[in-house]
Design a binder for this molecule. Structure first.
Ligand code: UDP
Length: 317
């Protein structure tokens, strides 16, 4: 297939692009490189550096694309609280420009990178796709609004759309890993200590109602996540918008992550126990039953693999 990948210079977008190329697809990446990196775009994909708003129309009209995989977004929760208007404009505004350009070019298949942040603070775990969506940040709210827009475009414009709601993505693949600036994610922050880039890692809160008092999250390897995108692409059906959660269905605490990183790196990794981070729910674990039952997706890599692959990449740098 001929595919347009928006945000293909980012962490998840670049790993998915690598998988699409390996599967024999032809890929054009559209990325403004505001947070992504041009050198993360895998060889074999063509990179166009521009915004969705300015370029989606021209790019889609310039070739006959079969489908779009849409990753381009602003995704830092704390920043979204400080700059909500910017997030609405960049995420929802640019997505609507993309969807209208798709409609005009008659490209109606799309896989969208959504998030567990659409659920907010859940009433129960594991979270299923029919659970209430009550995002607690502008970031989560913009992603939910895009899911809602896709449902309309499926219903009214015949789009075949799949939203994948990621839980905590980690690990590396084919030399591609997390390169956020500033880095906020736990595994990257813990490994930065082992790599000598920071003296200690802060553990945000030790008094949560969990077994060891630290927050529990559902970590998923970026390569398992990428495989789900290939399955989702095959599942885009005209007139339908489907939502699938993507996690492993099991939780790990912040302490579990620190211990896994100590095992993999052999480094003592000093920690400091600090106040909870605002807005962090105590437990976020996905039910991934729907995507397993309906699309046959099965994750094959565990927390140890995620840490080991991320660490191997850091050591290569
Ligand atoms: N966390 C932490 N120290 C860090 C970064 C994160 O204790 O330096 C905790 C954070 O409070 C949360 C969990 O680790 O409970 C996962 O955070 P992350 O930012 O990786 O993902 P999120 O679940 O917020 O999307």
């Amino acid at each position: 297939m001929k595919l347009l990948v928006t945000g293909g210079a980012g962490y998840v977008g670049s790993v998915v692009t690598a998988h699409l190329l390996e599967a024999g697809h032809s890929v054009v990446v559209l990325d403004d490189c505001s947070t992504g990196h041009a050198d993360a775009v895998p060889h074999g994909a063509r990179l166009i550096v521009d915004t969705l708003r300015d370029a989606a129309e021209t790019v889609l009209a310039s070739d006959s694309f079969d489908a779009v995989l849409h990753f381009a977004a602003k995704s830092v929760t704390g920043e979204s609280v400080r700059r909500p208007g910017f997030y609405w404009e960049q995420n929802l505004g640019h997505s609507l420009a993309l969807f209208d350009a798709m409609r005009r070019a008659d490209v109606r298949r799309i896989v969208f990178s959504s998030t567990a942040a659409t659920y907010g603070d859940p009433e129960r775990t594991p979270i299923t796709e029919t659970d209430p969506t009550r995002p607690v940040s502008p970031y989560g709210a913009t992603k939910l609004a895009i899911d809602t827009a896709l449902a309309s475009y499926a219903d009214l414009h015949g789009f075949g759309a799949v939203s994948l709601r990621y839980f905590n993505v980690a690990g590396a693949y084919a030399g591609l890993g997390e390169r956020h600036d500033p880095e906020t994610h736990l595994i990257a922050n813990v490994l930065a200590v082992a790599a000598g880039h920071a003296p200690e890692v802060k553990i945000f809160g030790t008094d949560y109602p969990t077994a060891d008092g630290t927050c529990v999250r559902d970590y998923i390897h970026v390569a398992d996540l990428a495989q789900a995108h290939l399955l989702a692409l095959g599942a885009c059906a005209a007139g339908r918008h489907e939502v699938f959660n993507l996690g492993r269905g099991s939780g790990h605490s912040v302490w579990d992550v620190v211990k896994a990183c100590r095992d993999v790196t052999g480094h003592s990794i000093p920690v400091s126990l600090t106040e909870p981070r605002a807005g962090d729910p105590s437990v976020l674990v996905a039910s991934s039953r729907k995507i397993t039952d309906e699309l046959g997706w099965k994750p094959t890599r565990d927390l140890h693999d995620m840490v080991a692959d991320a660490w191997a990449l850091i050591q290569r740098a």
